[in-house]
Write a protein that binds this ligand. Structure first.
Ligand SMILES: NC(=O)c1ccc[n+]([C@@H]2O[C@H](COP(=O)([O-])OP(=O)(O)OC[C@H]3O[C@@H](n4cnc5c(N)ncnc54)[C@H](OP(=O)(O)O)[C@@H]3O)[C@@H](O)[C@H]2O)c1
Length: 137
């Protein structure tokens, strides 16, 4: 079974998204820029599995040194993950994806950024406790 991880950034109360993008999209302050840099550093060389909008937001330069996989709700999660058995796989969201894949995830990388504004999409702590599907050691 692949080494399955998740990576996300949240605001101070769990904000994940707003109007289809990150709530802090384009903010020039250091913590927001650093979050984007660390996302690309951490996922470099690995597999990034995510919904269509999240994959579409990955710039072309980053597509060259990682494997991008767009998933749809018709895909079988077990089958998707089985394709990358010898790889580190990051599940990049969005929320509907984490709803389904959370139980497979062994490691969560959650970066909390200093954003306390509005959102329409939120981190769900239940994802951390979703059990039953994690690969056995
Ligand atoms: N802060 C963060 O780290 C972070 C990360 C990711 C996204 N976000 C934000 O979250 C918000 C929402 O993004 P989004 O969810 O619209 O983007 P998305 O990445 O496109 O995810 C939604 C898609 O997931 C697909 N999907 C794949 N497997 C699925 C399954 N088993 N069950 C259900 N759906 C499945 C759906 O495909 P079908 O069309 O086939 O149903 C749907 O189109 C945006 O504002 C985005 O910026 C934030």
């Amino acid at each position: 079974m692949a080494d399955i991880r998740a990576i996300c950034a949240i605001g101070t109360s769990g904000q994940l998204g707003r109007h289809g993008v990150l709530p802090w999209e384009g903010r020039p302050e250091r913590p927001f820029v650093e979050d984007v840099e660390r996302f690309f550093d951490i996922t470099r060389g690995h597999v990034l599995v995510a919904g269509p909008k999240t994959i579409a937001a990955v710039p072309e330069f980053a597509a060259r040194d990682r494997t991008l996989v767009t998933i749809r709700s018709s895909d079988d999660p077990q089958e998707v993950l089985a394709r990358f058995a010898d790889r580190v796989v990051y599940i990049g969201g969005g929320p509907r994806v984490w709803d389904v894949y959370a139980g497979f995830i062994r490691h969560w990388d959650i970066n909390r950024v200093p954003y306390d504004g509005e959102a329409d999409t939120w981190f769900d702590p239940a994802w951390l406790l979703a059990g039953g599907k994690a690969p056995r050691p």
